[in-house]
Design a protein around this ligand. Structure first.
Ligand SMILES: NC(=O)c1ccc[n+]([C@@H]2O[C@H](COP(=O)([O-])OP(=O)(O)OC[C@H]3O[C@@H](n4cnc5c(N)ncnc54)[C@H](O)[C@@H]3O)[C@@H](O)[C@H]2O)c1
Length: 466
């Protein structure tokens, strides 16, 4: 997959003799997806020997040939470097992976189940495998996002599946992951904090050693108990989702009352108690984490008889927000039947090809239901989207996607959409109109270029038109 990333100097360093890495460990990582591959490549780059395991044979065959299953800036370079230097390996052989490891990471998916709860089937499968093949003391680190209490179940499953007469001792660690797709390598090497839930000193020392050598060691390694650690991950994601939903509701108010949500966001973000990040109004949050994690936290809380009304509202606001684009498009383009509408951005956020729960899905479905012809462009997420929407038109670039269009809809704020030649865009469109779901343009500037424009919670193409 094409990549635009240049590895920063510190990742090109050979860490083999890095003084901060006290003991090199043999690490096996179960699950070679976004989290597993980034964790594996970064730990290998710190000098550890890493074996990435997956049940997906094709994925592993490709990885052995340096063909990556995901787009993540910098990851291909890091995989090639560490594979070539014999620190990073790939296998489907779970027995070998368990037997050779000092530390085993669990980084498999925990998708949403029918009633909102996390589906822990893949985590428990790995626990079973670990139990079955355990041949000595291991530290087992859960990096998948799992509900509070999961470590207890993992422990029980491992114990139950140890089949040899000898029951080997092991320690469990909860080490939730906070990386952002698109910035994952930077985040791994420069975390705000590393959360480690442990139950004894031995495991604490082993895992703390493991992270020695990452760039900003002044950032805290936060040691806590396992249950608190499991809750921290969900609480962090739910809080961030809450910030966004809050701003989206303020945006709805701005649209009715006047005012610009970007100004409001700046004005409140300057308050250090609030902070400026995650205050951008937009088309609603999606992706592989927030939607499922919010639902799973609601489920866990309510199972324990703690009705989480606040998070229910956060989810509800998000659902409304995802549906807020269509009326705006109709306002500018009228009846959409037979009209070409351009959708820019298909991934749930920039710099990733991940389309899980992407807001683009909702608007594409709605446009198709309204009889529109959808022309779409995304720098890296088109291949994945084709599997879901095979019949829409996928274009080579933004200008092709804008050709003969009656409205451009910005769904994902890729940088290249910020710096388009808007005059050229205007000239190829049938009607120069923009619905800016991420507020990336200045309404006055685009209006001056002849576009009719509606953003989110801010100025519109014509005074008083919302
Ligand atoms: N993607 C993110 O940005 C992110 C960030 C923080 C936390 N997380 C959490 O990390 C976990 C993993 O997420 P992801 O996005 O990397 O998932 P993913 O779907 O990209 O990858 C999961 C991988 O696990 C493999 N797998 C399933 N069962 C297996 C087994 N028994 N043995 C070996 N491999 C197996 C799958 O084939 C797949 O390749 C989830 O709990 C997620 O919530 C994800």
């Amino acid at each position: 997959m094409e990549n635009f990333y240049r590895l920063p100097e510190y990742l090109l360093t050979n860490y083999i003799n890095h003084p901060a890495v006290l003991r090199r460990m043999n690490i096996s990582i179960f699950g070679s997806g976004y989290v597993g591959l980034v964790t594996g490549a970064c730990l290998a780059n710190l000098g550890h020997t890493v074996l990435c395991v997956d049940v997906d044979e094709q994925r592993i065959e490709n990885l052995k040939k340096n063909i990556l299953p995901i787009f993540e800036p910098g990851l291909p370079e890091l995989v090639v470097k560490n594979s070539t230097e014999h620190r990073l390996f790939f296998t489907t052989n779970a027995k070998e992976a368990v037997e050779t490891a000092d530390i085993i990471f669990i980084t498999v998916g925990t998708p949403q189940s029918e009633y909102g709860q996390a589906d822990l089937r893949f985590v428990y499968d790995v626990a079973e495998t670990i139990g079955k093949y355990m041949n000595g003391y291991k530290v087992i680190v859960d990096k998948s996002t799992v509900p509070v209490g999961t470590a207890d179940n993992v422990r029980a499953i491992i114990q139950k599946n140890q089949i040899s007469g000898e029951k080997f001792h092991f320690d469990l660690v909860s080490n939730p992951e906070f990386l952002r797709e698109g910035e994952a390598i930077y985040d791994f090497m420069n975390p705000d904090r590393i959360v480690i839930g442990v139950e004894n000193e031995n495991a604490k020392e082993i895992i703390t050693n493991l992270y020695k050598g990452i760039e900003r060691t002044e950032k805290p390694i936060f040691i806590t108990d396992i249950k608190s650690s499991e809750i921290i991950k969900y609480a962090a994601n739910a809080f961030l989702a809450t910030k966004i939903s809050f701003m989206n509701q303020i945006a709805q108010l701005c649209e009715k009352a006047g005012g610009d949500v970007k100004e409001v966001s700046k004005g409140i973000g300057l308050d250090q108690r609030i902070g400026s990040r995650f205050l951008q109004a937009g088309v609603g949050w999606g992706g592989s984490c927030f939607p499922k994690d919010v639902q799973a936290l609601i489920y866990t809380a309510e199972k324990l008889r703690v009705p989480f009304q606040l998070l229910r509202a956060v989810h509800e606001v998000n659902t409304q927000q995802k549906k807020s684009l269509l009326p705006k498009i109709e306002k500018l383009a009228g009846n959409l039947h037979g009209k070409i509408i351009t959708v820019l951005g298909l991934s749930f956020k920039p710099k990733t090809d991940d389309i899980r729960d992407a807001p683009a899905h909702i608007i594409i479905q709605e446009l198709l239901a309204a009889g529109a012809i959808v022309q779409a462009f995304d720098p890296v997420a088109m291949e994945n989207t084709k599997k879901l929407f095979p019949k829409i038109q996928y274009c080579q670039n933004t200008y092709e996607a804008a050709a003969e269009s009656e409205c451009i809809v910005i769904v994902t704020e890729w940088d290249e959409f910020r710096y388009l030649d808007l005059k050229k865009i205007r000239d190829v469109m049938k009607q120069p109109t923009i619905v800016d779901g991420r507020n990336i343009y200045d309404p006055k500037e685009v209006h001056a270029l002849g576009f009719r424009y509606i953003g989110v919670g801010r100025n519109v193409w014509q005074e008083g038109s919302i």
